[in-house]
Design a protein around this ligand. Structure first.
Ligand SMILES: Cc1ncc(COP(=O)(O)O)c(C=O)c1O
Length: 414
């Protein structure tokens, strides 16, 4: 790590770029700790999108007029920027979707429905988000394939011995979450991908909670497919990314059909255009692509190593503060290198929804529920948990406010 990366983030300066963090409810300033759901958007990203609408708005790929050319270049360059950011070979490997969920579905429909059959195994983990779990479950039902789950051990980590047992010659796909949105666990996705490849299987990595928070290099992981969402990384809603190795994407059938993705259409048949446009029919999310580009520029200016260090520091602090309370059950590994920037927990005798509502009375915004990991919550033996998740603008003082508010919940419910 370079000296520059060891310096910590200037959180005060960062916060000035987020007017929303000044909002007050009932005279109290908002404490936004729901970043795993959606992060806030800094002024430079909002400005980039508003400049686009004010100055360059037009449809892409179709016009030869100046505005369309400008919009097309901005849209294409956003693909190049994403490719560079995650270590892909080029824009051919970057498909813009609506979100991580759509990226999962794209591969499930394009590859899964066409390639899977009885006897094939899809290996997931017990900590998958529903975006992957529900999708592959349904594809398995439709194709006759089986779904198996790599166990989560009592520390909240994957049981890699179990992974080695499960992944075998019948395995067609290993799909794993990079950083769990419930446990915070950082999974060994490179090792899982290597295991998949040893047995001729493909790997799909759900990076929704990884790309926003740490440096990610898909070529180092050697993932075949990798997905994430713009709205969890200081970017806009409405845009997600599917990375796929070019050789694989070339072979896949499109998932959606229509204009903008074709080479030649006759009354009888159609052929497909080049990557990545083959997977992006219809008018794409152009302003959102401009916003995602700006978000990546903004994050890289901060330095992804520093972003990661800041989140690890806050997660470790939150973990320690919550653990010191004595009546709080925390899920997932202790703070440190294998925990991302979030902590899910329950306060003894208080339902997660009640606790979250009391925290909201203190304008502390956290999330209650199963966080789209119902089977994992079943395994943990709780219907729901409260999740505090951090980003570059959060501080220890904000975590202290959450801890202070626990007393109110105890007084009312415990
Ligand atoms: C790990 C993980 N995967 C997938 C998703 C789905 O993301 P999106 O709602 O942007 O499709 C989320 C969102 O919470 C997530 O945390």
């Amino acid at each position: 790590m370079s000296q520059q990366n060891l310096e910590s983030l200037d959180v005060e300066a960062i916060r000035e770029e987020f007017p929303i963090l000044e909002r007050e409810f009932d005279g109290q300033q908002v404490v936004y700790l729901d970043n795993a759901a959606t992060t806030q958007t800094p002024d430079p990203v909002v400005d980039a999108m508003s400049d686009y609408y004010r100055e360059s708005n037009a449809n892409v790929h179709r016009g030869i007029h100046h505005l369309s050319q400008e919009a097309s270049i901005a849209y294409e360059e956003a693909h190049d920027r994403v490719a560079e950011f995650i270590g892909a070979d080029g824009r051919e490997e970057i498909v813009f979707t609506k979100n991580t969920t759509e990226s999962e579905n794209l591969i499930a429909y394009s590859w899964g429905l066409n390639e899977l059959g009885p006897g094939d195994e899809i290996v997931l983990t017990e900590m998958e988000h529903h975006a992957s779990l529900v999708t592959w479950q349904q594809i398995a039902k439709r194709t006759g394939a089986n779904v198996e789950y790599i166990r989560v051990d009592e520390t909240g980590r994957l049981d890699m011995d179990h992974a080695r047992d499960l992944i075998g010659d019948d395995t067609a796909l290993v799909s794993a979450v990079h950083v769990s949105n419930t446990l915070g666990t950082v999974n060994p996705v490179g090792e899982l991908t290597a295991l998949a490849h040893e047995h001729g299987a493909l790997s799909f990595i759900d990076g929704a909670q990884a790309v926003p928070n740490r440096p990610v290099d898909v070529s180092e992981i050697d993932a075949d497919f990798y997905a994430f969402s713009g709205h969890k990384m200081a970017g806009p809603t409405g845009i997600g990314v599917l990375y796929g190795k070019q050789s694989l994407l070339e072979e896949l059938e499109p998932y959606l059909y229509g204009g903008g993705m074709i080479r030649k259409v006759t009354f009888e048949d159609s052929t497909w255009g080049e990557l990545p446009w083959k997977f992006e029919p219809g008018t794409p999310p152009i302003a959102e692509a401009v916003g995602l580009h700006a978000a990546i520029d903004w994050l890289e200016d901060l330095g992804m190593e520093r972003v990661q260090a800041h989140e690890e520091e806050l997660a470790a602090y939150a973990y320690d503060q919550l653990a010191a309370e004595g009546d709080v059950e925390i899920y997932g590994p202790e703070g440190g290198a294998d925990r991302g920037g979030l902590v899910s927990f329950n306060l003894d005798g208080v339902h997660a929804h009640d606790l979250t509502s009391i925290l909201n009375d203190h304008t502390v915004a956290v999330r209650a529920g199963d966080h789209c990991t119902q089977p994992l919550h079943d395994k943990l033996g709780v219907p729901a948990s409260t999740r505090a998740s951090f980003y570059v603008y959060n501080t220890r003082e904000e975590i202290d406010k959450l801890i202070d508010a626990l007393d109110d919940a105890r007084a009312l419910f415990a």
